[in-house]
Design a protein around this ligand. Structure first.
Ligand SMILES: Cc1cc2nc3c(=O)[nH]c(=O)nc-3n(C[C@H](O)[C@H](O)[C@H](O)COP(=O)(O)O)c2cc1C
Length: 190
């Protein structure tokens, strides 16, 4: 069985919707994807960290807060320094997703942070691998309508509930990212 850990923080539930979509996309007959939610205090327990360290792939998710990851995600990232020192996550597949209120909202900074964090760990980054849905005919219903390439860039307008946003195009991109990570991880583990 290929195992995928999805480690994410969500303050108000919007990024959680993306995490659940990534899990849905990754799960198949030969892949088990598990969600690990970082708490409001920025914590994961030791047994969760041990499980994550056993996974074949780790996908990171955080909302964009003030042009970067939420501090809770950064606290988790800092807590992996011992894992980094031991190169325990080296060669594990990695990918990332974020979500913010504005169309741009500086979310590129967050994805670049997640990418660089994964590179510090020596992981193998899997990008989105999707063309953008960016013609006049396209709308937020269409996959990768926000045009991400490093990872999923979800958009949740500031007054939208998690039931309303991220929109279908972001949810579909998140499912596609989970599926791609599972498929590539399986190829690497034959
Ligand atoms: C402290 C804070 C900082 C934020 N900074 C940004 C930002 O830099 N860019 C942006 O577009 N949205 C920003 N937002 C909006 C959030 O990214 C947006 O509400 C997102 O959907 C929250 O995801 P969550 O429900 O998973 O916490 C910020 C929200 C908060 C609470």
């Amino acid at each position: 069985m290929t195992t995928v850990a999805i480690v994410y923080y969500s303050g108000y539930g919007h990024t959680k919707k993306l995490a659940e979509a990534v899990q849905l996309g990754a799960n198949d007959a030969e892949t088990k994807a598990t969600l690990y939610a970082i708490s409001q205090e920025g914590e994961l327990n030791e047994s969760e960290l041990t499980e994550i360290s056993k996974a074949d792939a780790i996908i990171y998710g955080t909302p964009t807060y003030m042009a970067g990851p939420a501090w809770q995600f950064k606290k988790f990232a800092d807590a992996t320094s011992k894992i980094w020192f031991m190169s325990q996550w080296k060669d594990k597949v990695a990918a990332g997703f974020t979500n913010s209120a504005s169309t741009n909202g500086d979310k590129g900074q967050t994805l670049n942070y997640l990418f660089t964090f994964a590179q510090q760990h020596g992981q193998i980054w899997v990008g989105l691998g999707l063309l953008p849905s960016n013609t006049k005919a396209h709308s937020s219903k269409d996959i990768n309508w926000s045009g991400g390439s490093i990872g999923v860039m979800g958009i949740s307008p500031s007054d939208a509930s998690p039931e309303e946003a991220p929109h279908n195009g972001d949810i579909e991109a998140a499912k596609a990212l989970g599926k791609r990570v599972a498929e590539i991880t399986k190829k690497l583990h034959v």
